[in-house]
Design a protein around this ligand. Structure first.
Ligand code: G3H
Length: 491
């Protein structure tokens, strides 16, 4: 087991002497006749006092004056980030192993998450060089010489989600840091141990107080931080409810900059002339990668009624062919779910849909083990069912037949969410006519391809309850800074 008994505070890698909490893997082990989650490590359970000490360190590092992190030349900050990326790369094996054990992500996807995160750091450095070049220009207007600079915002609380504990945390952490903000880093509850091998890299690469780590229960740690009014930026990826609660703790919400990646219910629309095999393949990957635990997953499928039966038959067959097993097994797609209670929640959604008349196309196609959930394809789904609006964040796929394209469009318009949509079809004019109305409701329209975040240089955002601010390499730099002005009389 990983004994995570250190934490980073004000430039010191301190030993934790307080209470620890055990981490249980979604991977189960047999103990006699019992099958139970394997204990894989322990992490510190920090208190309100620990949170406030970290906050004081981050505030001091931000306010500490000339030549320190926020006012350091861009080139010097870039060097620190580069050094961090280099040290982080040395920990690839350990981090990937912990990703598999902690959240049940397959080896292939865990490696991809790690490599993609390192690439994101490198791309962020390149984007900052470009932004700095453009921002350092002087402008003369009406007798005033102005220099518009990109300036940091202050103390940033970074909180990532369990499904991409490394990548999504770092896609806010790195831009926040590189722009000169100081950071309180609070990893997610599932996906926390993998920060243990990285603590040394943070410690060696950044000046004191620039990165401070917080481990423990969010409900203990975050209220004192937010209610202090000293957190300037909330960088949070997770549920809309948790984001609302965090923001409401701040005594002056108007002063808080929020960069949020929240929930989504991304639809796929299959038009009558769509290539059936390709649509099935894209929807399969789009809805079931990492067991559907992605904010970008396809979470509801509208199929034209003329091809709906065929689509469902073919989709169910494709699901039956999926390999499931332990994250390290070759070719595995369906792996154990990290959230306790998730299989029961998903079963509840399936039972509710069945009660309202849906059939479960492929149920029973495999044996179900404790933390596994065998993908369930529900058809035909109606508006009365919970799965119609709830974000399942798991391997349950609702399919609805439609006769008129206005049905899926009305669904998207009425939805609380607005992240992405995928449309599948052949006739170019029909596809083109759909793009404009859709792109005004969601933030990304995918044509003949699944919903996804990448490539990571593309803007990543959402409308309504799906996001606040834009995360991509260059947009994120803007999200974590303001355009400040130095103006002088041209005499
Ligand atoms: O959960 C949201 C992730 O950012 C999704 O990223 O589409 O590349 O899997 P992805």
């Amino acid at each position: 087991p990983v004994e995570m008994n250190r934490f980073l505070l004000n430039g010191e890698l301190r030993r934790w002497e307080g209470p620890m909490q055990e981490v249980f893997s979604p991977v189960c082990v047999r103990n006699g006749t019992d099958l139970s989650r394997k204990m894989i490590g322990r992490f510190p359970v920090m208190t309100e006092g620990d949170a406030l000490a970290a906050l004081a360190a981050a505030v001091e590092a931000y306010d500490s004056g000339r030549g320190k992190w926020p006012t350091m030349p861009v080139a010097a900050r870039i060097e620190c980030i580069q050094e961090f990326a280099w040290r982080m790369k040395e920990k690839r094996g350990e981090v990937v192993r912990l990703l598999m054990w902690e959240i049940g992500k397959s080896l292939k996807d865990s490696e991809k998450e790690f490599d993609r995160t390192v690439d994101y750091i490198i791309d962020t450095i390149d984007a900052l060089k470009e932004l700095d070049r453009v921002s350092s220009r002087f402008v003369v207007q009406q007798g005033i010489i102005g220099q518009i600079r990109r300036s940091p915002l202050g103390v940033t609380l970074c909180m990532g989600p369990y499904n991409y504990p490394l990548n999504e945390t770092f896609t806010t952490l790195i831009p926040a840091l590189i722009m000169g903000n100081t950071v309180l880093l609070k990893p997610p509850r599932h996906g926390i141990l993998l920060f243990s091998p990285l603590l040394g890299a943070f410690h060696e690469s950044f000046p004191p107080g620039v990165v401070n780590t917080l481990f423990g229960a969010g409900r203990t740690i975050t209220p004192p931080l937010m209610s202090s009014g000293k957190v300037d930026v909330l960088a949070f990826i997770g549920s809309s409810k948790a984001a609302d609660a965090l923001q409401k703790e701040h005594p002056k919400m108007h002063r808080l900059r929020s960069v949020l990646g929240l929930e989504a219910k991304n639809p796929a629309i299959i038009l009558p002339d769509a290539d059936l095999d390709m649509s099935v393949e894209e929807c399969l990957v789009g809805s079931l990668s990492f067991n559907g635990q992605r904010c970008t997953a396809i979470k509801i499928i509208f199929v034209h009624q003329s091809i709906a039966e065929k689509f469902v038959t073919s989709f169910a067959k494709a699901i039956t062919a999926l390999t499931y097993g332990m994250p390290w097994e070759p070719g595995v797609v369906i792996t154990p779910l990290p959230e306790p209670g998730k299989p029961e929640y998903l079963s509840g959604l399936v039972a509710d849909a069945r009660r309202h008349g849906a059939s479960v196309a492929n149920e029973g196609g495999g044996s179900v083990r404790e933390t596994f959930f065998y993908p369930a394809l529900l058809y035909p789904v109606t508006a009365q069912m919970r799965i119609y609006t709830e974000e399942q964040f798991g391997p349950v796929i609702p399919v609805l037949p439609f006769s008129d394209i206005s049905d899926p469009i009305e669904y998207i318009t009425a939805s609380e969410y607005g992240q992405q949509v995928s449309i599948f079809g052949h006739e170019t004019t029909e596809l083109a006519n759909l793009i404009d109305p859709l792109v005004n409701q969601v933030s990304r329209v995918n044509i003949n391809s699944q919903c996804q975040r990448g490539p990571d240089i593309f803007p990543f955002t959402g409308r309504k309850d799906s996001a606040v601010g834009t995360l991509s390499v260059s947009d994120a730099l803007r999200a974590f800074s303001i355009r400040a002005l130095v103006a002088a009389r041209d005499s």
